[in-house]
Design a binder for this molecule. Structure first.
Ligand SMILES: *[C@@H]1O[C@H](CO)[C@@H](O)[C@H](O)[C@H]1NC(C)=O
Ligand SMILES: *[C@@H]1O[C@H](CO)[C@@H](O)[C@H](O)[C@H]1NC(C)=O
Length: 429
């Protein structure tokens, strides 16, 4: 294995990269040769700090990922000071893009007491600086599931402020326009307002370049209607920027059939969505894994790459039948979408900034974004929009009515996601 990655690294230095850079145009992703890009992705976080530093591990995983048919990974935590060259090159050669979260364990924007200051800015920027040089970086996230209940909605302007400042950093440094976006928890009462809020106001310098949703509402057997995806689609129609699933999965009752992929890449959704990231590569206590590196070990066991009851490195062994189910599913899916040359980006919708409601969305219209270093004072002042129309305030949105067939699924799904996150924290903090 060592020889193979060394050989790959040497070859990589002498030859061109395997993947084309990707940018967002209108509400789609396009490669530099003008082909639409759809993510067939996997969440990848084997170890707490950074799964992109162990080249032998990246190589073993990339080989198996190629057989699965994945073209992108989401990584939640990286160490900007580490050397990622070899892993990034291994994934590049495997045709795999990376979506990287810019926040770290000590720089999250916190929902109950939001702030956005120079320390956070500089730490986020460090991650961007470390990864921008790789052609196979697909996107950056400024946050993950910061908002999960109505009182958290007052943190939304902080998400937008982080986005504004990371895009300004990208511009100031002359970096290529790697899309900067946000990964939202799927909360039925807040989702429509949040996705509109992050794209409203008419000033592209402050809006997300893409919006992503972590959804656990499709539990096989299910369909487009019963899963609630029909409601997600309604709010994503002709969205202003690319929209995709940054986590999908439901392992109840199991095994996973991944029929959600048929919907995401099928006629109902394909024109509006840019694919999905399946949660997740490694089998661990939350039981979403596609592969494992060995049987569970006692929760208390420690050692190199052993934590939280699981071994986190080695030879990946497919979890059966889930891995094969996804592989078979993805083999039937190869969307082409629209060519950039035939695409009119001006036709996308614009969204109005939602009005606040008493116990729901708490940010009224297009508010002045916090400046760097500003802590939340309890209210926001509404400002006129850059374009006029974007500053309009929308009537209160319908709440849970978009998912009448499965009112509890989103709750169940959300708790699956939150349990995953909580387990993650329990193990790592
Ligand atoms: C940002 O806030 C954090 C948490 O309160 C604090 O530790 C840090 O010193 C602050 N940074 C600056 C530049 O004020
Ligand atoms: C758009 O936002 C940027 C960043 O906040 C700001 O510098 C610029 O003045 C805004 N443009 C308009 C027309 O308001």
């Amino acid at each position: 294995m060592k020889l193979s990655w060394l050989a790959a690294a040497v070859l990589g230095a002498a030859t061109t990269h395997a993947v084309e850079q990707i940018t967002a145009v209108g509400n789609k992703f396009f490669t530099s040769s003008g082909k639409q890009f759809f993510a067939k992705g996997i969440a990848y976080q084997l170890v707490e700090d950074d799964p992109l530093v162990d080249a032998e591990q990246c190589s073993r995983d990339a080989e198996l990922m190629k057989t699965l048919g994945t073209n992108s990974l989401r990584v939640y935590h990286v160490d900007p000071k580490a050397d990622h060259t070899k892993c990034m090159e291994i994934f590049d050669k495997a045709g795999i893009y990376l979506m990287i979260d810019l926040d770290t364990f000590d720089t999250y924007i916190l929902p109950d007491d939001p702030w956005w200051n120079q320390t956070q800015h500089d730490r986020y920027a460090e991650v961007m600086d470390a990864f921008i040089k790789y052609d196979n970086v697909l996107a950056f996230f400024v946050g993950n599931e910061i908002i999960s209940k109505p009182t958290h909605s007052t943190a939304a302007p902080y998400i937008k402020a982080a986005c504004r400042d990371m895009k300004a950093h990208r511009a100031r440094k002359g970096y290529r326009p790697v899309p900067v976006g946000y990964s939202a928890a799927d909360i039925a009462e807040l989702r429509p307002m949040l996705q509109d809020y992050l794209t409203c106001g008419g000033n592209a310098s402050e809006n997300v370049d893409f919006f992503a949703l972590n959804s656990y509402s499709w539990c096989d057997p299910a369909n487009y209607q019963t899963s609630g995806y029909v409601g997600l689609q309604k709010q994503a129609a002709n969205f202003p920027v690319p929209i995709l699933f940054s986590e999908t999965g439901c392992n109840v009752p199991g095994p996973r059939l991944f029929d959600d992929q048929d919907a995401i890449f099928g006629p109902d959704m394909i024109n509006d969505w840019s694919g999905s990231i399946v949660y997740e590569w490694i089998e661990e206590a939350n039981h979403y894994g596609l592969i494992s590196y060995g049987p569970p070990v006692p929760m208390t066991a420690t050692g190199v790459n052993v934590k939280g009851g699981f071994t986190r490195a080695g030879t990946p062994t497919p979890v059966s039948p889930d891995f094969q189910n996804l592989k078979t599913k993805w083999a039937t899916i190869s969307p082409t979408g629209v060519a950039l040359s035939n695409y009119d980006a001006a036709k996308v919708s614009t969204r109005v900034c939602p009005t606040s409601t008493a116990s729901g969305w708490l940010v009224n219209g297009n508010v002045a974004l916090p400046t760097i270093g500003e802590t939340f004072k309890g209210t926001y002042s509404t400002v006129p929009s850059a374009t006029g129309s974007g500053g309009q305030v929308a009537p209160p949105s319908p709440t849970s009515t978009d998912n009448p067939a499965a009112p509890n699924r989103e709750i169940a799904g959300m708790s699956a996601g939150l349990v995953g996150v909580m387990l993650f924290f329990t193990f790592w903090l």
